[in-house]
Design a protein around this ligand. Structure first.
Ligand SMILES: C[S@@+](CC[C@H](N)C(=O)[O-])C[C@H]1O[C@@H](n2cnc3c(N)ncnc32)[C@H](O)[C@@H]1O
Length: 362
């Protein structure tokens, strides 16, 4: 279809093929327009209708890019009355690049996320699309997340929450000698082995003397994981977490793997104050929130046996917040670190829904 800007009685109009849209209506100049063309035009109108703020915002940004100073002056003169509205269109279009805009969501949804960081925008837009949130629901979710993020930063006194960033970046915000138990599940790949060393260093500083650091590990790189964890902590024990979702064939060893180690390290001295309990556990299979999600019942098992009510539980590789949710449900204080912002919002939503049994007492 040919597109042209035309003048109808001195009024500017937009012409596409036989269709001319004017400020007062549509003129169809050809009696023989095929049905398909008529239909395609209607569909195009429908899509553009909800996108007019984008189109105008992009048009303004394009004007600025091409014509520089001439552009704001023209806008001021021509559209003085709606200058603020146009400025908003322009800024939203500038802040959310065309490739990140989701056609199933309204421009107003995008306005809600426009002043977040690009990766946060992507995360909230994807969640809004997936969960079919209205604009108001999206706004509430963002507010809740911001409140939670602020509450998560420990400031002198201990606070519950999640620190957003890698342990190397934000680990130093965890107060020294404050943590009663670390229960964590770092990534397993060979390129992640150094993280066990970073964990060992962090744990040696933040754990109380005698407190444990429990670490899920795969079997493949176990000697190197042990070496890294032992750099700043003492080895205490190896627990077994039995897979509940069936065994996994390991071709390299020709075995059906049915368990994984949960290594226990201690910040000396080791003084087992807890009641004895069996060193094998198993939870259900839970993978709906994170690809590497661990069962909450397993976390609860360790937390219940190895920490006291109101103790502080730290998970420096929090993922979907399994350890933190289990800790909160057991009336422990909890603190997480997580580098991936998608996981952070999943974890904070999850934790917010957990009832804290100590709340009634506060
Ligand atoms: C195996 S997953 C943890 C899954 C978690 N146990 C659960 O149940 O959801 C490891 C997590 O560590 C995070 N991570 C990776 N490197 C990190 C780092 N340097 N600092 C903090 N978190 C990191 C990943 O984004 C991932 O969510």
């Amino acid at each position: 279809m040919e597109t042209a800007l035309v003048q109808q009685n001195n009024i500017p109009a937009l012409s596409i093929g036989a269709f001319t849209a004017t400020p007062v209506g549509l003129i169809v100049s050809d009696e023989d327009v095929p049905f398909e063309v008529w239909e395609a035009y209607g569909k195009a109108l429908h899509r553009v209708e909800g996108a007019i703020q984008w189109v105008r915002g992009d048009w303004l940004n394009e004007g600025e890019r091409r014509y520089g100073e001439k552009y704001p002056q023209a806008i001021q003169e021509e559209w003085h009355a709606e200058y603020e509205t146009l400025r908003k269109y322009r800024e939203v279009a500038q802040r959310i690049k065309i490739g990140s805009r989701l056609p199933n969501l309204s421009w107003a949804h995008h306005l809600e996320v426009a002043w977040l960081e690009p990766e946060e925008q992507d995360c909230f837009l994807a969640l809004a699309e997936e969960n079919e949130w209205t604009r108001a629901q999206l706004r509430n979710e963002i507010r809740g997340w911001k409140r939670h993020e602020k509450a998560g930063a420990p400031s002198g006194d201990l606070a519950d929450g999640i620190l957003v960033g890698s342990i190397a970046e934000v680990g130093d915000q965890v107060p020294t000698g404050s943590v009663d138990l670390i229960l964590t599940d770092p990534p397993y790949g060979e390129d992640a082995i150094h993280l066990y060393g970073e964990l060992s260093q962090l744990a040696a500083r933040v754990l109380k003397p005698g407190a444990l650091c429990l670490v899920y590990s795969g079997q493949v790189f176990l000697p190197r994981v042990i070496e890294q964890l032992g750099m700043h902590l003492d080895y205490a024990w190896a627990f077994a977490a039995r897979h509940s979702g069936g065994n996994r064939r390991i071709y390299k060893m020709n075995v059906n793997n049915g368990w994984k180690p949960v290594l226990a390290y201690v910040k000396p001295p080791l003084e087992p104050w807890w009641d004895s309990f069996i060193d094998i556990t198993t939870g259900g299979r839970e993978k709906d929130l994170h690809d590497w999600q661990q069962p909450e019942a397993e976390a609860a098992y360790f937390i219940e046996h190895l920490s006291l009510p109101e103790g502080l539980i730290l998970d420096p590789f929090a993922g979907s917040g399994t350890t933190l949710a289990a800790a909160k449900a057991l009336g422990r204080r909890h603190l997480g670190i997580e580098v991936d912002s998608d996981s952070v919002s999943i974890a904070s939503d999850r934790i917010r829904q957990v009832h804290d049994p100590t709340e009634a007492r506060q």
